[in-house]
Design a binder for this molecule. Structure first.
Ligand code: HPA
Length: 309
């Protein structure tokens, strides 16, 4: 089925100003978006992939593509960040039906977290069982090199410490419990599989495992902040992923998170280095091939999850 031509559908997009007066989407809005997608494509993906900064080329690997611009999808927010194309692509990756977000939403764009995480619940409603979230991150672990891929073992939700949590607000029992656990946020079998697939592809030395810390951004960290995070046991730092992981875990999706180390966090007052978005995007270009290969093989190996109805 051919998707509607870009720009031919006009939906009333929710504006950032409107978010001030709302605390979330209604169940009907999630359902409306899910039903619209199901009506506009025959693909029925079990795996969703969220592409981080500079990692969107993965979407191009999908065969038999049906792609939608975010602005054409009812209720979908719009991506405002360079390196984030803003398309939702359905297709087959290594023969497995997938849906891929080429570009995500961030807190620093001014979106509330319930909006940042909107696509995750839509994925749940269209039948997705597993979500793979990727991001660009600064390496705090001194053993990490630019271009390494960190399989996320666990996270620290720094905005959560200040009360910014995507599950704040009225209870949403259609999706999950009021007080969900997070000690098992990153699926153990998927982590093992990612490490094994990395070995199999011959780049075991690039594959790491570690703790990701999400900060609000948009500025990169100070040296003191990097030193503090490092002393807290953080291996990589970024500005995304954790809100989506929380919402995915809450609604029963299996989660795999992977960070591409695009720069080394500056930890030394004598260093002349500074982090920049150009550096992040360049490293993404250079190393994204590894991550793409890893995800393509991994997706082929993912077994259906009988725990998700
Ligand atoms: N800090 C925060 N976010 C990032 C970084 C960083 O160093 N690199 C890529 N995303």
């Amino acid at each position: 089925m051919a998707p509607p031509a870009p720009g031919t559908i006009k939906h009333e997009a929710m504006r950032i100003e409107d978010c001030d007066t709302r605390t979330g989407y209604t169940y009907e809005e999630y359902k409306q978006t899910a039903d619209w997608l199901l009506a506009n494509t025959d693909h029925r993906p079990a795996v969703a992939i969220v592409c981080g900064s500079g990692l969107g080329a993965l979407g191009e690997l999908l065969k038999d593509q049906v792609a939608f611009h975010y602005s054409d999808i009812p209720n979908f927010p719009h991506s405002t960040v360079p390196g984030h194309a803003g398309r939702l692509i359905f297709g087959n990756l290594n023969g497995k039906p997938c849906v891929c977000m080429q570009g995500r939403f961030h807190f620093y764009e001014g979106y509330p977290l319930w909006k940042v995480t909107f696509p995750i619940r839509v994925f749940r409603l269209i039948g997705v069982e597993t979500v793979i979230l990727t991001n660009a991150a600064g390496g705090l672990n001194q053993d990490f090199k630019v271009g390494d891929i960190m399989v996320i073992l666990d996270h620290i939700n720094m905005p959560g410490f200040a009360g910014h949590n995507p599950l704040s607000g009225p209870k949403e029992e259609q999706f999950g419990p009021r007080f969900p656990p997070m000690s098992d946020a990153y699926d153990k079998d998927l982590r093992k599989l990612a490490l094994a697939v990395g070995q199999e592809l011959g780049f075991a030395e690039k594959i790491r495992e570690g703790v990701y810390c999400c900060l609000g951004g948009p500025n990169f960290e100070t040296i003191a902040e990097c030193r503090m995070l490092n002393s807290l046991g953080v291996d990589a730092v970024g500005m995304s992923t954790v809100p989506e992981v929380i919402v995915a875990g809450h609604c029963g999706l299996r989660v795999l998170g992977m960070s591409l180390v695009t720069n080394k966090a500056v930890m030394d007052y004598n260093s002349e280095a500074t982090a920049s978005q150009d550096e992040v995007l360049q490293a993404g270009k250079d190393s994204a091939r590894f991550l793409e290969k890893l995800i393509a093989l991994l997706v082929q190996r993912i077994e259906p999850n009988n725990n998700v109805s």
